[in-house]
Design a binder for this molecule. Structure first.
Ligand SMILES: [Zn+2]
Length: 426
């Protein structure tokens, strides 16, 4: 994901800090669970090492598939019913583990197995530990999230927890490229559960002082602008042509600030192509742009604004400019029910000697929580992975001392959600 880089700016830090106070009367910790979570730390580190030393960049299908096979085995060891779900784009399969209990809760836990790093990054940035920090490509985003899920389920298994109807664990192979092959599966399965917990990383304490969860994330869309002109010999008869490249350049400049007038929208033109031969006036040109949306109607409003703008004042006569917009990843908004999950998470953190949990209001990076929440059926909370930093950048790391509290948080949340899910007695 990206709570990465500058996404969590100072302003957000301040907003997060607004909720600093631990619950006034924190409940006592579940000491057995707390102790088990602490003892689990070396095993989590082993898992992280195994995950990180198998490189799995999104387009490295062999690497991702190797990680998926490993995860399939790990879930089997936990006695999950494991199967694979085919990717809609023909990439590596998703891996699904289903646990069946005898309670009422239906919950899904999600994390992604791919990273943004090409094969070979590990040789330059090897897995290693330095004090409290554990380094490796993808260790926070999102291999730490995978490790928390696996080991929380291990703790709960050791405890004999069965107060749930179903716990589904879903690992997908393509989050970092927008989940083209897994997004629909996530959305469909999420709608069959009451709660979805997503395990993207929490920003490191070294950066934001406290661990946290995330309450919203931008949706992602793609815009395309296409100009149709007329080709002609660029040397002998340029006046007979209608230069699509020139018109495209004009329209890109005209529209570059249009999103500023559309609430909740951001647009940056990022790709362009035109022409095939030096000596031919190009008849076709195309530009592509990255769109982030923070409101449900931002896509439609942005598209309408772009279409109006390109018609307003064309430069090259007889050219036609078309703009289309394709929504990719839906917006994630915790909403009332997601916020209730965040409140529960904060209360549980408070059990750990009043440990603080920040609620990060938003990020411009997309997350699969958007797909999970799309139907509105499941309550969704994001950001339950390990604390770390450097994602999508260099020298990515996790903070080792975040392992026990994050394990405690995930397992305690499941226990508590299991209790709350029981139908009211008649
Ligand atoms: Zn991620």
């Amino acid at each position: 994901m990206g709570i990465a880089r500058t996404a969590l700016c100072t302003a957000m830090w301040m907003m997060g800090a607004a909720g600093l106070a631990a619950p006034a009367h924190a409940a006592p910790a579940d000491e057995a669970l707390r102790s088990a979570a602490t003892k689990e730390q070396p095993a989590v580190i082993d898992t992280l090492r195994e995950l990180v030393t198998t490189e799995s960049g999104s387009t490295d299908h062999e690497g991702v598939a190797t990680v998926m096979t490993y995860l399939e085995q790990r879930l089997r060891t936990l006695d999950a019913n494991v199967d694979r779900v085919a990717s809609a784009t023909g990439g590596p399969d998703l891996v699904r583990g289903v646990f069946t209990g005898n309670g009422a809760l239906k919950v899904m836990l999600i994390a992604h197995a791919d990273t943004v790093y090409d094969r070979g990054t590990l040789a330059k940035e090897p897995y290693h530990q330095k004090g409290n920090l554990l380094y490796g490509p993808g260790i926070a985003d999102d291999k730490g999230g995978i490790a928390v899920i696996l080991h929380a389920m291990a703790l709960l298994k050791a405890r004999g927890w069965s107060d749930y109807a179903v716990v589904t664990v879903l690992f997908n192979p393509d989050e970092e490229i927008g989940s083209p092959g897994s997004g629909e599966t996530i959305a469909t399965l999420a709608a069959e559960h009451d709660v979805v917990l997503s395990f993207e990383p929490s920003p490191a304490k070294a950066v934001i002082e406290h661990e946290g969860v995330l309450l919203s994330a931008a949706g992602t869309s793609q815009v395309r602008m296409t100009v149709q002109g007329l080709s002609a010999h660029a040397g002998a008869a340029p006046e007979q042509g209608r230069n699509a490249l020139v018109e495209l350049a004009h329209q890109v400049l005209q529209t570059k600030d249009v999103a500023a007038g559309v609430p909740g929208a951001q647009l940056n033109w990022t790709t362009a192509s035109a022409g095939t031969a030096r000596n031919q006036i190009p008849e076709r040109a195309e530009a592509g742009g990255d769109v982030r949306v923070m409101q449900a109607d931002s896509n439609d409003n942005l598209l309408a604004a772009l279409q109006a703008k390109v018609k307003e004042s064309p430069l090259v006569p007889d050219t036609t400019t078309t703009v289309t917009l394709e929504p990719l990843r839906p917006i994630y908004v915790a909403g009332e029910r997601g916020r209730a999950l965040a409140d529960l998470a904060r209360a549980i953190y408070g059990e750990l000697d009043g440990r603080t949990l920040l609620m990060h209001p938003t990020t411009n990076g997309g997350t699969d929580a958007g797909f999970a929440g799309r139907s509105g059926k499941a309550a969704v909370l994001e950001g339950l992975g390990l604390a770390g930093w450097g994602y999508h950048a260099r020298n990515e790391y996790i903070e080792i001392d975040s392992i026990p509290p994050r394990l405690y948080l995930a397992s305690r949340m499941l226990i508590e959600l299991g209790k709350r899910a029981h139908a009211p007695s008649r």
